[in-house]
Design a protein around this ligand. Structure first.
Ligand code: BTN
Length: 325
């Protein structure tokens, strides 16, 4: 019989600790499940503890004391896999931008469901050529690769779908977020998360989409003070720390459930009521910035393509892209 060793064993031990969390699992049971000796399990536990994983040992066995807030794929893949299937994690401590890196992997043929996550971005990118501020240990910055069989015209609405999924995930975690078209997520009127969608097309079809998401999880007021817009974080609003991995898992669970339905048509219509319910700017005067230009009117609704309709006197105008000022 071939026995399990090295990386595979480390990953399986982490998966069993997670499966039992917050309870403990005995060394004997782990050894039996993994077909290795109890000493082999013990050695892995020791090295996990040396790496900083919060594992307690007692007569009842081994137990994770808290959810580790780390992006190590051996931990993250089983943790995410229990909520959403088919996620493959690529992790780097420091990158220029997870979107940039994932685009390269996509061009090399990476499959749908590849998640690129980094602790630190040195050139994090926001919409309209802006930079995205993040701090290691306090921010959640990741990108997801999607390969829908749809024409490029369907793409804009997936940004709204991602924003809505993130808002719903934050609600699941006890927050009360709002959406600002097309894809900002706000708490108390301040930006807590942003989404950057980048598309590559092949003739008249989408080749791939890179959906980049940045969430201010544990940034403090001082960290956010220098930003050119009103920003907040989950810990500032919620008053207590939250593991970034819990936010990631809830978002992916919400997003992929919606995405599986969306990718069959590319039509956002089924989600319009839920989007409207979280959009306080509707019914109010807005100014939309379109590069150098701007248009003003009363925000009316979004449509199935992700466009925003605004009323100007008795006329209505459809806005495909831009940003509410
Ligand atoms: C915005 O609101 O302007 C969009 C912000 C998107 C930031 C995320 S962080 C992860 C991914 N990598 C990037 O360089 N940008 C996106």
């Amino acid at each position: 019989m071939r026995t399990m060793g090295g990386r595979h064993l480390r990953r399986s031990v982490l998966a069993l600790l997670l499966e039992a969390f917050p309870e403990s699992v005995s060394g004997e049971r782990m050894a039996c499940r993994l077909q290795v000796s109890r000493v082999a399990v013990w050695k892995v536990i020791q090295s996990l503890r040396e790496e900083g994983f919060p594992v307690a040992a007692s007569r009842g066995g081994y137990r994770l004391l808290e959810l580790p807030d780390v992006f190590d794929p051996d931990f993250l893949e089983p943790y995410l896999g229990s909520a959403v299937s088919g996620i493959r994690v690529v992790y780097e401590n420091e990158v220029d931008s997870t979107n940039t890196r994932l685009k390269t992997l996509a061009e090399e043929g990476a499959p749908e469901g590849t998640l690129y996550i980094a602790e630190r971005q040195t050139k994090g990118r926001g919409r309209r050529g802006r930079s995205w501020f993040s701090l290691p240990g306090k921010s959640l910055t990741f990108s997801v690769l999607l390969r829908p069989s749809l024409p490029p015209a369907a793409c804009p609405s997936i940004t709204l779908l991602a924003g809505l999924s993130l808002a719903q995930a934050l609600e699941d975690l006890g927050f009360c977020p709002e959406l600002k078209w097309p894809n900002d997520v706000l708490l108390g009127g301040k930006k807590v998360a942003g989404i950057l969608l980048e598309a590559s097309t092949d003739l008249d079809m989408v080749a791939f989409l890179v959906l980049g998401v940045g969430v201010n999880v544990s940034l403090e007021r001082d960290d956010l003070a220098g930003l050119p817009f009103q920003a907040t974080s989950l810990s500032v609003e919620g008053g207590q720390p939250l593991p970034r991995v819990a936010v990631l898992r809830q978002f992916l669970a919400r997003f992929f459930t919606a995405y599986r339905k969306w990718e069959t048509t590319g039509d956002f219509t089924p989600w319009i009521p839920e989007y409207h319910r979280r959009s306080p700017f509707l019914g109010h005067p807005v100014t939309i910035f379109l590069g150098e230009d701007q248009v003003s009117g009363i925000a009316r609704r979004v449509d199935g393509s992700g466009a925003l309709w605004i009323a100007k006197g008795s006329e209505e105008q459809r806005i495909h892209w831009g940003e509410i000022g």
